[in-house]
Design a protein around this ligand. Structure first.
Ligand SMILES: [Zn+2]
Length: 352
């Protein structure tokens, strides 16, 4: 027999919301920082991942891009991140946000900025090797850097259209605007262009303390999002909640990570619980695992227990992740069959 925590740990999982840089091992961060002479944001190893809030965290997150300077670095981080998530939480499928604008940016890219093609090819090579080794499927979503201009976001989408990769299926976002806001409509042109070329769309909204439910509405109605990252403010406005539910919009939430950023308490009163109770499709991810000292197992083991959810809800979350994924229908069917078989085996082991 196994405990409920073990059950949650062993449950097969998708992860739809993680940033590639954040899947790095702390040891790899230190090793590469030393190799390239990159000064990290804190000398104190114990305090390196203590952040006051989202804005404080993002300072460190930007610096972490600086240690990835060669294709081999990206390939290594991509592979290691899968190996760890399989061991820590039975990961079976994952989608990554990769921000090509940082790797091309002289301020963050070190001595040799990398092109869009170079970055994506290296990440895909690492994830493909991991897929062969661990059977974990993947897709990549190019992240619009919200610190950059609306024009730069359009240029990124043009680059995606000019250099298509089968594995790069959509656009999303990372960071915040220079004013530390979400401001989804700023990037409306980039999203329209992406949609016109068949790219799938997701956006980080309704996450920050200052965010409004209207940002969730804008992501759905103005950006045409197929899915939303975070989106917690959706439950603050019944009309926006009804809109999301009617459109079948899924939400890629990150319980433990978001609690660190928002200062909210992770309990049965948390917005994620309200989203689930309202019938919205909700999946669970780590967002920025290395920085928040979390992993996919912990998000389920601690997060779902704190939210007061049972085994049935945990299985629903795992399956919702498949429904919301940006992979093919055939791949989804294969994943559902694999998940259901593992659920059956785990259910017989769960202590009554
Ligand atoms: Zn995120």
């Amino acid at each position: 027999m196994i405990s409920f925590e073990d059950y949650l740990q062993l449950l097969p999982k998708t992860e739809l919301h993680c940033h590639l840089v954040s899947t790095m091992r702390p040891a790899t961060l230190h090793e590469l920082a030393q190799r390239y002479g990159v000064e990290l944001w804190s000398d104190d190893v114990d305090e390196l991942f203590d952040f006051a809030d989202l804005v404080d965290f993002l300072r460190g997150w930007r610096v972490a891009h600086e240690v990835l300077r060669e294709s081999a670095d990206l390939e290594r981080v991509a592979w290691e991140g899968v190996a760890d998530a399989v061991a820590q939480g039975n990961l079976r499928y994952r989608e990554y946000y990769v921000n090509p604008q940082y790797f091309a940016h002289p301020e963050y890219a070190g001595a040799r900025p990398m092109s869009y093609v170079e970055v994506m090819a290296a990440v895909i090579a690492g994830l493909s090797r991991a897929e062969r080794d661990f059977g974990v499927g993947f897709r990549v979503v190019a992240a619009i850097n919200r610190r950059e201009s609306a024009e730069a976001a359009v240029a990124l989408v043009r680059e995606m259209i000019a250099h298509p990769f089968a594995e790069v299926v959509g656009i999303g976002q990372d960071d915040l605007t220079p004013e530390n806001t979400e401001d989804p409509t700023r990037f409306a042109d980039a999203y329209a262009l992406a949609g016109a070329h068949g790219l799938l769309r997701t956006a980080h909204v309704g996450e920050t303390p200052a965010a409004r439910p209207s940002a969730v509405r804008d992501a759905i109605e103005v950006l045409g999002c197929d899915r939303i990252d975070h989106g917690y403010r959706v439950v603050d406005d019944p009309a926006v909640l009804a809109l999301a539910r009617d459109r079948g919009i899924g939400f890629a939430t990150t319980p433990v990570s978001t609690t660190i950023c928002s200062g909210w308490t992770l309990d049965e009163g948390h917005r994620i619980r309200a989203m689930i109770d309202a019938g919205l499709p909700v999946s669970v991810s780590t967002d920025d695992a290395m920085f928040f000292r979390t992993d996919l197992g912990r998000e389920y083991r601690e997060g779902l227990v704190a939210l007061g959810l049972d085994a049935a809800a945990a299985k629903r979350i795992a399956l919702d992740g498949i429904d919301m994924a940006f992979c093919s229908d055939a791949e989804k069917e294969r994943l559902r069959a694999e998940f259901r078989a593992q659920f059956l085996a785990l259910d017989t082991l769960l202590e009554p």
